[in-house]
Design a protein around this ligand. Structure first.
Ligand code: EPS
Length: 386
């Protein structure tokens, strides 16, 4: 449901690399490979990740669409090579080879494997898992860093933190007490991107126990955005509502299974009088006593902070696998084991920030328009209400 920006990613987890194209970014935006690398390195962090992140040092090359440090208004193309490709050249070759690698025939419960082979008629699960791997989210983060730079230009900031891993919740921190730049700075210092050091220790232990058991753990992430004007998105049509567009983008991230705007589940158990955010006037602008709505009313931004929460399921690739069936012999066997992450919740929070950046940049361009950053700036100054 993107209106002004479109983007595509391509590439397999162990192929030559990932490709990305983004179209619809105005001209005159400062952009360089370091800005992209900054976000990519944040995605590589996090306790509980597997060996792959030690092999890769993700750095995307700007292939086109940027000249002398500024976007041209034309499509921007990125290339992100996989270092691991060196170990997979035969198995992932686009040509016929003598040694194509062992066929994978044991679908992992919870992964794309079984439905994927049934859908495409494959007999080797590798044809599915190479693309369904979360490796692809590296390119999403790379492309979204361009949207993020656009938002930063207008003082719209995005941050996130991990609020739960397994059953360990950070209930001590109120992230609304700090600016979002400070929040991300603190979260990035933590190996689990958790703001509370006591909860952090318990989360690390929960991950260690899962590693020892050959298991995996999921969790919950809070994503926040500040500086939004009134009226991104609209109540006038179903596919233009901002929360619907954010939900679509976030639910496309591997392993994300639920989304809330503000503490929506908790407030669905209360009365309306306890739930909605009262309106005041401070002489200059409208004020809100609380932000239970999470910054969106009637499908539009209401100039409060966006407050979004997503739950991530535990990664389905297990070192101690669940039961499965061999797709060739139909024998009952343990599911396929592939190198994996025990916990990818911290890394996924960076992907979540990126997906939100796409939607917010898109909604900003939809509302204010402009072929260049200068034009967009003039339009926001002329009509934006905060
Ligand atoms: C990932 C790359 C993958 C996994 C992980 C995320 O690398 P590899 O498969 O070579 O170890 O570490 O993906 C999964 C666990 C999964 O099930 O998709 C990455 O770049 O984020």
């Amino acid at each position: 449901m993107m209106k002004k920006i479109q983007f595509l990613t391509a590439g397999e987890s162990h192929g030559k690399g990932l490709l990305g194209i983004i179209e619809g970014i105005p001209a005159g935006l400062e952009m360089n490979e370091n800005l992209i690398a900054e976000q990519l390195s944040r995605r590589q962090m996090g306790y509980g990740r597997g060996k792959r992140m030690k092999i890769e040092q993700d750095r995307a090359e700007i292939y086109c669409g940027v000249r002398h440090g500024q976007t041209l208004g034309s499509p921007i193309g990125l290339i992100l090579p996989n270092k691991d490709w060196a170990n997979w050249e035969q198995v992932m070759s686009s040509d016929q080879v003598d040694n194509p690698g062992k066929q994978i025939t044991l679908p992992r419960p919870g992964h794309a494997d079984l439905a994927g082979i049934q859908k495409f008629g494959f007999t080797d699960i590798r044809n599915v898992l190479e693309r369904s791997s979360a490796r692809e989210t590296a390119m999403r983060v790379a492309l979204s860093s361009i949207c993020r730079k656009l938002l930063d230009t207008f003082d719209i900031h995005i941050a996130s933190r991990v609020t739960r891993i397994y059953n360990i919740t950070d209930s001590a921190t109120n992230p609304l007490d700090m600016s979002l730049k400070t929040l991300n700075h603190h979260a990035d210092q933590s190996p689990v991107r958790c703001l509370d050091s006591h909860a952090e220790q318990q989360m690390l232990q929960a991950i260690d126990l899962a590693i020892q058991a050959g298991d995996s753990v999921g969790g919950e992430i809070q994503i926040l955005a500040s500086g939004l004007p009134y009226g991104l998105g609209t109540y006038t049509h179903w596919d233009k509502k901002l929360h619907a567009r954010i939900a679509e983008a976030l639910m496309s991230v591997n392993a994300f299974k639920s989304i809330e705007f503000g503490p929506a589940v908790e407030y669905s158990k209360k009365h309306g009088s306890e739930t909605h955010d009262e309106i005041g006037w401070d002489g200059k602008t409208y004020t809100r006593s609380t932000n239970h709505a999470g910054g969106i009313e009637g499908g539009m931004s209401n100039a409060q902070w966006l407050d979004i929460r997503v739950a991530m399921k535990p990664i389905p690739t297990l070192i101690k696998p669940l039961k499965s069936v061999d797709i060739l012999t139909k024998e009952s066997k343990s599911a396929h084991k592939e190198r994996t992450d025990t916990c990818a919740v911290p890394a996924a929070s960076i992907v979540a920030e990126g997906m939100l950046a796409f939607v917010l940049a898109d909604a900003l361009l939809e509302k204010f328009g402009g072929d260049s950053v200068d034009q967009l700036t003039q339009h926001i100054h002329a009509t934006g209400k905060f």
